[in-house]
Each structure stands twice: as C-alpha cells, then as structure tokens.
Write a protein that binds this ligand. Sequence first.
Ligand code: GLU
Length: 293
Amino acid sequence: MPPPVFRFAPSPNGYLHLGHAYSAMMNFDLARAAGGRLLLRIEDIDATRCRPEYEAAIYEDLEWLGIAWEPQVRRQSDHLDLYREAVDRLASTGLVFPAFESRAEIARLVADREASGAWPRDPDGAPLYPGQGKQLTADERSALIAAGTPYALRLDMAAAVAQVGELSWHEDGRGPGGETGLVRAQPLDWGDVIIARKETPTSYHLSVVIDDALQAVTHVVRGADLFWSTSVHRLLQTLLGLPAPTYRHHDLIRDAAGRKLSKSDSSTALRQLRADGATPADIRALVGLAASA
Ligand code: GLU
C-alpha cells in the first residue's frame, strides 16, 4: 500500500491565523502518525485577492511552526490550462451552461424573488442562482457570446444529480449537525454552482477536486466550514471520473466572542503572535493540540 497523502491548501489572500495553524498542524501530525506524506498547495486562483507577499508569508509561518512539507509546492495559478481543459470536458457533457447575469443583476433577481417569499440559500448562506441561463436557446447563447457579453459557466445541478444519482463520502471528522461515517452528499443544496468565472477559467470547487486527484491526495483534512462543499466535490469527482479521498472536517478555532477567525483581524495572525513573543509550542497549546513529539 502506498503511504497516505495529506495536504494543506491555504489561499494567499491574507496572513495565516490560528485557525490555519490548527489545520496545518493537524495535517502534519496525522501524516506523521500514519507514515504518510504532507503536500502544500497554494490556492491562488483569485488574482484580485491573492498576493505574492502572502504566499511568501505562508512558507515562513509554516516553517516557523515546524511543519515540513514535501518539495514541489503546487500553485494553482500555474495550472489554469489544466482547469480550462476540465471545464471543456464538463461542458461536453451538456451539464454546463453560460450565465450572463452580472452580480448586480443576480442581487436584483434575488430581491425580487424574496419580495414574494424566501429564496433558498446555499450552505454558505449565498442565494442560489436565480437567473435565466438555462432557459436560453443555443442561438441566444451564441449571440450573447458573439456580442462579447461576459458570462460565468454554471453546472446544471438538477441535471447533474439526475445523471449521477446518490453520492456519499467517508467522514472521519464531524459535520455541523454531528454527521460522521458515511455521509450522504446533498449537492442540490448548492443550486447551479459556478464552475468557471468570468475572469478566471475555474472555481474553488473545480480546482480543488482536480488537484486533490492529481496530487493523489488520500486524506482531506480541513475546517468544518467546508463540510458541505464536499457534496459538490463528490459530484464533480464523479462527473470527471476522479477518485474520492477520505474527509476529515475539524472544528474551527473561534475568537473569544465565538466568531470564526478572519484574515482581516491581525490579532490572531501567526506573525503578530510571533512578534508578540509566542513560540510554536504556545500556538499548539492555544489551539488545543497536544505538544509535538
Ligand atoms: N483554500 C481553501 C481555504 O484556504 C481550503 C480548501 C480546502 O482545504 O479544500 O480555505
């Protein structure tokens, strides 16, 4: 049996905080305990928010924590062609459609719908796609594209679910409602998710499943805020013929008021804590991990 493969996959859109330290150290500890490998992936597809100085800080902060990862960091922005190719593959199944509404139009459509009752929201609290993209004829789509109208590509979720049927994943951690063991995926809760954005030929959901498969990741260990995203990940894995890793979603580290930590709050940033004199052992203790061996 090849050794298990774990990964830590931060986005360089701010400095790492205690929550990232917890996730990275948990991956490191689990990989070490299992005689496995730990990979590092930089999830930087959002060119407007990601910055090289934050990427450099990720390496520095992780090294300071004493986390060792295998060389050959994978940087997602280096692989946009690969994601483009996967988008084409999905598009060829007929399950993807162009959605031409701008963000402002989507907000207006949702407000209209909500005027006459609640409009469903996804597990992250964002309204489901309310637009008309699926109703357009092939000619209407071609005309809009030929006219240079920007669009995102979305997955026709109902059609995709009808095609693949019921899906599940193996959860070693726990979901927000205590879900563990074999968990049934609920991709319909997400509506017609974005597969590729106007300005980026991919999306978080698509690039994460492609990279986990390419890097032969066997164990995805990440925060509980991504628990229900796994529904979309299982669906995309199935559509693209990719293997399913085992998942372990861990509790989030919260501030004194019980709020999820944010990259914009410097008080829990690792570099701030380090500047204030904290040691890596202090960080482990702060997040409730046992001292390292
Ligand atoms: N890049 C994501 C984040 O920083 C994590 C993605 C994942 O672990 O699947 O929140």
